[in-house]
Design a binder for this molecule. Structure first.
Ligand SMILES: C[S@@+](CC[C@H](N)C(=O)[O-])C[C@H]1O[C@@H](n2cnc3c(N)ncnc32)[C@H](O)[C@@H]1O
Length: 319
């Protein structure tokens, strides 16, 4: 294991943290993506997230009693302890700095949350993330990028990720807030927080049937996903159209498309979820305004289930 934290304590830690982070950030901001191995040899200094920013991170992720929070590089444990203390969540923190891990476990005891907030000395690149419903981190841009494949593959759809000050490259956040921090010891007097909701892996070709007796048919759906951005094509009765509205939020999938049919153009819309490898939800059809709806184009709503018949080998996620 490579020692990447600064093992300093008390006043010394507080005085070095400002210049240390500032000095590391400049080259790091310009660095390209690294492998996890390269990134784990990079020093990420200990700089605690200011308390108002901790609160804002928990608020942005909407942390509650049912959540399991993992803070990657947990410092003095404040994020997980605060999540347990003020929001009833459970969680763990990992850090390479043994002194900070001990301090965190002591603090968890002092606040009476030791059963729900636990800390261990561990490399964040070797930490199993699969139990998390919320990931928090205050690292460096290139470390975030090196972590990204683990975040995308290990986390369940719907898991929230909140990062203090640094993004995830071209995985654009779902939300972003700025918190004033007048006493911040480096950079501008504010912190930027980013939120991502891990999208389900829906890339691929799906087939299913819709219908309620009034209107029915089989469909083929070719979905292309880049993180939470969804595009695709719907094919029904040999006619194809691009999806004109497609959204992916956690496991929630919605789209619509206008397909030519014998009696006029028909709007097909799906609103549902990706559940255990199937797309399950409501399929509605409606005749387009100004066109004559034929027998297959009458308004209808029915439950549908689509199965994936082809999945890309180089997809973002496998589950
Ligand atoms: C900027 S501090 C953030 C501390 C805390 N999360 C907070 O927000 O207050 C980053 C922490 O990550 C730890 N760290 C750096 N690299 C790590 C690694 N590979 N695995 C685990 N912890 C690491 C450092 O020791 C440091 O405590």
């Amino acid at each position: 294991m490579v020692e990447t934290g600064l093992s300093v304590s008390g006043e010394l830690r507080r005085s070095v943290m400002g210049w240390c982070l500032a000095g590391l950030l400049t080259p790091a901001l310009h660095a390209g993506a690294q492998t996890a191995e390269e990134a784990s040899t990079t020093r990420v200094p200990y700089v605690p997230t200011p308390w108002p920013v901790v609160q804002a991170m928990l608020e942005l992720a909407q942390v509650g009693e049912r959540d399991f929070v993992i803070d990657l590089g947990s410092g003095d444990g404040r994020v997980v302890i605060e999540a347990a203390r003020t929001r009833g969540a459970r969680g763990i923190g990992v850090d390479l700095d043994g002194d900070l891990v001990k301090l965190s476990n002591d603090e968890a005891k002092r606040f009476g949350v030791a059963a729900r907030a636990q800390f261990s000395r561990q490399d964040l690149f070797e930490t199993d993330l699969s139990a998390a419903t919320v990931i928090t981190m205050y690292l460096l841009p290139h470390i975030n990028l090196a972590l990204r494949p683990r975040l995308a593959t290990q986390l369940r759809a719907g898991t929230r990720i909140v990062s203090h000050d640094f993004g995830l490259g071209d995985w654009k956040p779902d939300a972003q807030v700025t918190v004033p921090v007048p006493e911040k010891s480096y950079g501008p007097a504010h912190s930027t927080l980013y939120l991502w909701v891990v999208p389900a892996f829906v890339n691929g070709v799906w087939e299913g049937a819709y219908g309620d007796g009034t209107a029915s048919g089989r469909y083929r759906l070719d979905l292309r996903q880049q993180f939470q951005r969804l595009t695709g094509t719907l094919t029904i009765g040999g006619r194809s159209a691009k999806l004109d509205a497609a959204t992916l939020a956690g496991d929630r999938v919605a789209f619509s498309a206008m397909i030519d049919a014998a009696g006029g153009r028909v709007r097909h819309a799906f609103d549902g979820r990706s559940i255990a490898g199937e797309l399950v939800g409501l399929w509605t059809t409606s005749g387009a305004r100004g066109t004559r709806a034929g027998p297959t184009a009458a308004n209808s709503a029915s439950q549908t289930r689509a199965l994936r018949v082809e999945a890309p080998v180089d997809g973002l996620r496998r589950n």
